[in-house]
Write a protein that binds this ligand. Structure first.
Ligand SMILES: [Mg+2]
Length: 171
C-alpha cells in the first residue's frame, strides 16, 4: 500500500517538469488533474503561463487529457478552452476513471504520465493503473473542505513534506 502512495517524481509545479527528457524516455501522453494542479481550486481561468505550457507540451509531442473529480461539465468546458481532451469518467482514484482517460488518449500504461497534486486520488489512482506518476505542490491552499482532511492524512500516512514556499505559483 505504501508504495502505491509514492509518486515516481515530485516537483514544485508543472513548470518544473522536464517534458523533453520524458519524451525522450518514450512518454507521449499526459493525464492531468485540474484543481490545484493547473489552476487554483475552482478558479477556472486560463493563465497565459498555463496556455504556453500546454502549447509547449503539445509541440514536444504530448497529447493531454484532463481528469478531474470536479463538475464534469465545467471540466469539459475548461478542456475545450485549453484545446485538450477531458476524460469522460471522473471518480479518481477509481481505475475506470484512469482507463477512460487512457482510452480517450489512445495511450498505453508504458507511455502515459499522470500529474496531480493529491496523493490519495491522482497518485494512488495513477500508480494502481500502472502509470508514471508526478506529484506537484498544490497551487493554492484554498480547496474543497473535504480535501483539508485529506491533506492531513497525506502528511501522516504518506509522509508528504510540507509545501515549499518557493514552489508557489502566481495565480
Ligand atoms: Mg487537484
Amino acid at each position: 500500500m505504501h508504495n502505491m502512495l509514492k509518486p515516481n517524481l515530485t516537483v514544485g509545479s508543472i513548470f518544473d517538469i522536464d517534458l523533453q527528457s520524458l519524451m525522450e524516455k518514450g512518454y507521449k501522453y499526459i493525464i492531468i488533474d485540474v484543481d490545484n494542479t493547473i489552476t487554483a481550486w475552482n478558479h477556472y481561468k486560463i493563465s497565459q503561463r498555463l496556455r504556453n505550457w500546454v502549447f509547449k507540451a503539445k509541440e514536444t509531442g504530448f497529447s493531454i487529457c484532463l481528469l478531474s473529480n470536479n463538475n464534469q461539465a465545467k471540466v469539459q468546458k475548461f478542456a475545450s478552452e485549453l484545446s485538450v481532451m477531458a476524460a469522460p469518467v471522473g471518480g479518481k482514484p477509481r481505475l475506470r476513471s484512469f482507463k477512460s482517460a487512457l482510452t480517450a488518449l489512445r495511450g498505453g500504461t508504458h507511455n502515459t504520465l499522470v500529474i496531480g497534486d493529491q496523493i490519495f486520488t491522482d497518485i494512488l489512482g495513477g500508480n494502481r493503473a500502472g502509470l508514471f506518476t508526478i506529484l506537484v505542490d498544490p497551487i493554492d491552499n484554498k480547496e474543497f473542505i473535504g480535501t483539508k482532511f485529506t491533506r492531513l492524512m497525506e502528511r501522516i500516512v504518506a509522509g508528504r513534506r510540507p509545501i515549499c514556499k518557493s514552489h508557489r505559483q502566481p495565480r
